[in-house]
Design a protein around this ligand. Structure first.
Ligand code: ADP
Ligand code: MG
Length: 247
């Protein structure tokens, strides 16, 4: 039953992503097609050749990243820990959300310290980030749908990563509806949901994955203001290569 429900949650998230991504794939394709169509008439034009040489590889790279993100997401998971760059991990997830976030009119601010590495299962951590970002976006949507004034204009999703001497931190902060203390306590229970189509599994799965990857998850929330979920990974443990988690 748990496997089945996991698949449900995953499919729902995937469905939302695919809808946004389909649109995002079309733009680079249109650009590449246009260059191709112009080749017979404009090939003698040096400026055209230069532009084509710059833009076409860039658009193809973008398509590659999008498809890479989708493949990673759809791949069956296997708990396999390896050093993963935090910045690349976060950017690979954010690129999946970019089209839908833009469409909804939310802003994304990232503040990612460079060269941070954690020893985790990249697939599982991506899944965690997807769940958390999905919740953050939904919380801002609910707030905006409720807002009677312009209060909900320009709501922002903040994604940060930094480190101190002992730990690496990843924080997902939203300016959504937030949660009361009671709601926050229940939020991590499996099947607890306040959403009509929610499964209530996003946070419990995320917490489980983070724990499996030797991390901690800290949640703070203020009703009406927003929520911050912080993931904390110990540096020492990673550096010593303890518990590489190959089961
Ligand atoms: P689901 O999103 O399917 O409801 P989750 O386990 O992801 O399941 O979340 C459980 C509940 O916790 C949500 O229904 C919501 O009430 C609350 N919640 C989770 N994340 C946030 C957030 N960022 N802001 C406000 N409430 C949240
Ligand atoms: Mg959720």
């Amino acid at each position: 039953l748990r496997e089945q429900l996991f698949t449900q949650e995953k499919n729902r998230a995937l469905g939302q992503l695919v809808a946004g991504i389909a649109h995002e794939i079309r733009n680079p394709l249109t650009s590449i097609k246009t260059f191709a169509e112009l080749i017979p008439s404009k090939f003698e034009n040096a400026v055209f050749r230069q532009e084509m040489a710059t833009h076409v590889p860039k658009e193809i790279e973008r398509l590659n990243q999008l498809i890479g993100g989708l493949i990673d997401y759809a791949k069956p998971r296997r708990a396999k820990k390896e050093p993963v760059y935090v910045q690349s991990l976060i950017e690979a997830v954010l690129i999946l959300f970019q089209p839908s976030v833009e469409k909804k009119g939310f802003r994304v601010r990232t503040n990612l310290e460079r060269d941070l590495s954690i020893n985790v299962d990249a697939q599982q951590m991506k899944q965690v980030l997807i769940n958390l970002i999905l919740n953050a976006i939904e919380a801002m949507e609910i707030k905006r749908n409720k807002a009677v004034d312009a209060q909900a204009e320009g709501l922002t999703l903040h994604v940060s990563a930094w480190a101190d001497e002992t730990d690496v931190y990843i924080a997902i902060k939203d300016e959504g509806i937030g949660m009361s203390m009671e709601e926050l306590n229940k939020a991590f229970e499996p099947f607890y949901t306040t959403k009509p189509k929610g499964t209530g599994l996003g946070l419990s799965l995320s917490q489980q994955y983070v724990a499996e990857n030797n991390g901690r998850l800290v949640a703070e929330s203020t009703p009406g203001q927003g929520t911050v979920i912080t993931l904390i990974f110990n540096k020492e443990r990673d550096a010593n290569g303890q518990d590489t988690g190959n089961r």
